[in-house]
Design a binder for this molecule. Structure first.
Ligand SMILES: Cc1ncc(COP(=O)(O)O)c(C=O)c1O
Length: 452
């Protein structure tokens, strides 16, 4: 939709009059960036300014903007058969489920929904019902990590470990417990990375035991905590967590909403480790956000516990839009593009290059740590490198603002844990060109230089 007959000023006024923006503090005064066109990694706004989108929207536009074949896939499917609920079936849903199982290298049952939050809610409901019907009806609690985000609905928010996202909305769904994640930058100096990661994993086991293991239904984790500050575990952590879950009958739910679909340099983030999740949730990069779609992939042996004729033992959950045929068709096209262009490998290559270029920032007075897993990077800003005191909001905001003024959109772990919203985030489209990467690097270096 082009801005024909609308001056930028009238658009802004109409926006301010009518739209309550997500996460926004001052809608009435703030001039929003009204995106009017986007192609590749670049967005144009209502004033004709261009920006490289170093966040892929909300960590989601993995194949980049403006792909005609994605629009065509949606158009063709909408024309042929626009809707069928997932109580029945349709061709794109069947093809996509088969493809996802190929990608997961296993046999999962694919449950479709609309968003990452939905996918996690479905995972929690399935896990609780599974234990009820599997002779362990006392298992209802979930463990997750502080600092991680799992969604905005009341259950997914309860799993989220970011108090600023919960404050004033509580009480949330009960039965959600939290443990600290490994934060290697802030580990005790006396410990090696491996010792520290193993200790963090053992804290999960302690939690399970102290809470009475027969009450724990599942553990949800992202392979890398993304929106909560790009916290990258050592592989020993994830593998130990799997072992602990297995030992105590706790289902391992892997939230691949951001890490999936190539972002970390593997098809799914958990594939960096020797683990096999019981449930995998996906959204965002599944369609590169061209249309809404999410998936809860559930291991067959869990599904089997639902697949009988006993009264009320089926999964009594429906959503109108989940598995929308056009969304599934777009997801299939998205995966085809990723494969044709080898974008998962590209994420690894671009991530390595980005780290190679930006690691030198660690000698900047206000940068404590630069870290990445594939093409998602965190730059942790501090006031003092010795004490690692997190940088102030003002200092972090100034870097983000100056990057934008120079044509680069970057993100941060905003509104997560009070005093710890000090980590800049970069998560550009995996289809970014070498020139795009050079642009990102040059803007970031320039802005940090101005802020020494
Ligand atoms: C790791 C993770 N899980 C779940 C969600 C929730 O997804 P949605 O916003 O589609 O509900 C998000 C959203 O940012 C996320 O980053």
């Amino acid at each position: 939709m082009k801005t024909v007959n609308e001056t930028p000023q009238t658009l802004v006024e109409k926006d301010q009059r009518n739209i309550w923006h997500h996460m926004s503090k001052d809608d009435a005064k703030r001039e929003p960036m009204i995106a009017t066109e986007a192609k590749g990694s670049w967005i144009t706004d209502h004033n004709g300014n261009s920006y490289l989108d170093g966040m892929s929207g909300l960590w989601c536009v993995n194949v980049g903007y403006g792909r005609e074949e994605m629009a065509q896939a949606a158009y063709d499917q909408l024309k042929e058969m626009s809707y069928s609920s997932m109580s029945q079936s349709h061709l794109p849903a069947i093809k996509l489920a088969e493809k996802l199982n190929d990608m997961l290298n296993d046999e999962y049952m694919i449950f479709y929904s609309n968003s990452g939050s939905d996918a996690n809610e479905v995972a929690f409901k399935i896990a609780r019902q599974y234990h009820q019907q599997n002779g362990e009806s006392s298992r209802y609690k979930f463990i997750s990590r502080y600092r991680a985000y799992h969604g905005g609905s009341l259950g997914a928010l309860a799993a989220t470990g970011q108090p600023l996202r919960k404050f004033k909305y509580e009480p949330l769904t009960s039965g959600f417990l939290h443990v600290a994640p490994p934060d290697n930058y802030r580990k005790p100096e006396s410990m090696s990375v491996k010792e520290y990661n193993l200790q963090r994993a053992r804290e999960i086991e302690e939690k399970i035991i102290w809470e009475q293991k027969e009450t724990i239904a599942g553990l949800i984790m992202e392979p890398v905590i993304t929106g909560g500050g790009v916290l990258i575990p050592d592989p020993v952590y994830v593998e130990k967590v799997q072992e602990i879950c297995n030992r105590h009958g706790v289902l391992l739910i892997m939230d691949e909403v951001i890490c999936g679909f190539g972002r970390t340099g593997k098809t799914f983030g958990h594939m960096h480790y020797d683990v096999k999740p019981d449930i995998v949730t996906m959204a965002k990069g599944l369609t590169s956000a061209y249309l809404p779609l999410s998936v809860t992939a559930v291991r067959k042996d869990i599904y089997d516990v639902f697949n009988n004729t006993e009264e009320n033992s089926h999964f009594r959950h429906v959503n109108t839009f989940g598995g929308n045929p056009a969304s599934c068709a777009v997801a299939l096209k998205n995966i085809e593009i990723m494969e044709q262009e080898n974008l998962t490998n590209r994420a690894a290559v671009l991530g390595d290059k980005l780290r190679g270029e930006l690691k030198e920032l660690e000698s900047h007075p206000y940068v404590g740590d630069v870290r990445n897993q594939g093409f998602v990077m965190g730059i942790e800003m501090v006031e003092d490198k010795e004490t690692k005191t997190p940088a102030t909001d003002q200092r972090v905001g100034k870097i983000i603002g100056e990057c934008k003024a120079n044509g680069l959109i970057i993100g941060r772990n905003g509104d997560t844990v009070a005093g710890y919203n000090n980590i800049l985030a970069l998560c550009p489209p995996l289809s970014s060109s070498d020139d795009d990467l050079d642009f990102i690097v040059s803007v970031i270096k320039k802005v940090f230089k101005n802020n020494e």
